[in-house]
Design a protein around this ligand. Structure first.
Ligand SMILES: [Zn+2]
Length: 267
């Protein structure tokens, strides 16, 4: 069983009728509408997604170890996330709430199923994607469509970068450091104070297309959260952290010594 604790669990019949899967991909969708998809999936459609991200709630309809049918040939390996869009996904971007929820879901999928937080390098390879990433029709859709819409496709790289940052800022610190030693480690992004590794040329090319240079400061008019650094900064930052930790330990000792003196003076 794999249920996301941040979602309302609303199981549909497919949980008992569909085969099991070992998910290696997450694919993002937009529903062209605003309401919950529970009734549609439960009573009126043979297609369904694992999740739906509304404007103030997230619902899970299918366990992520069970197949959901939203991605044609990728159904055997993909977790699907549908989302509300006011009926206009080409112009109505994911809201701040929706972006937060999608980022958290991607981090959860990464930690629960080991799905890599990178753009899928091919339609059948592990990673994160959006429905029409390989065109339409394609292996991921039988029909012509724009899902998840132009406005949302523009948000894709930023969402992926935030997921990498969020995963790398917690217990996955070691995994992130391990990535640094890999073969494709020339570029890094900083989001806030968190250094993150962008591992694929595809993501790098998308960021270049948006005006993010490979090195140096990024203008505020492009993605003002991002700037790139040389990997040589990474050991430097590890040293800086170690130095700060040593200073904190020294301060703590000094405070304890002062308290001991006070205790002695106070009798
Ligand atoms: Zn879709």
């Amino acid at each position: 069983m794999a249920k996301y604790s941040g979602a309302v669990w609303r199981p549909i019949r497919e949980n008992t009728t569909q085969p099991g899967i070992r998910p290696t991909q997450v694919i993002l969708h937009s529903a062209v509408g605003s309401g919950s998809l529970y009734d549609l999936f439960q009573y009126r459609s043979d297609l369904e997604s694992h999740f739906w991200v509304g404007f103030s709630v997230v619902e899970q309809y299918v366990d992520t170890t069970i197949q959901a049918d939203a991605n044609l040939d990728a159904n055997v390996r993909a977790i699907s996330i549908e989302s509300a869009d006011n009926g206009d996904p080409d112009h109505f971007a994911w809201t701040d709430y929706q972006v937060d929820q999608i980022v958290s879901l991607l981090v959860w999928a990464h930690r629960t199923h080991g799905i890599p937080l990178r753009r899928c390098p091919a339609w059948d390879q592990p990673g994160i994607g959006y429905h029409t990433m390989w065109g339409s029709p394609s292996h991921w859709t039988p029909v012509a469509k724009t899902c998840p819409g132009a406005a949302r496709i523009n948000q894709f790289s930023g969402i992926l970068a935030r997921a990498v940052a969020q995963a790398g800022s917690g217990e996955d610190e070691d995994m992130w450091l391990a990535n640094v030693a890999g073969p494709d480690t020339r570029e890094f992004l900083i989001v806030g104070e968190t250094k993150i590794h962008i591992p694929t040329p595809g993501i790098r090319n998308e960021l270049r297309a948006k005006g993010v240079p490979d090195r140096g400061e990024v203008s505020a008019s492009t993605l003002n959260l991002f700037r790139t650094v040389s990997p040589t900064d990474v050991p430097a930052s590890a040293e800086a952290v170690a130095s700060l930790q040593a200073q904190v330990a020294a301060l703590r000792q000094a405070v304890e010594a002062l308290q001991n003196n006070l205790n002695v003076a106070g009798g």
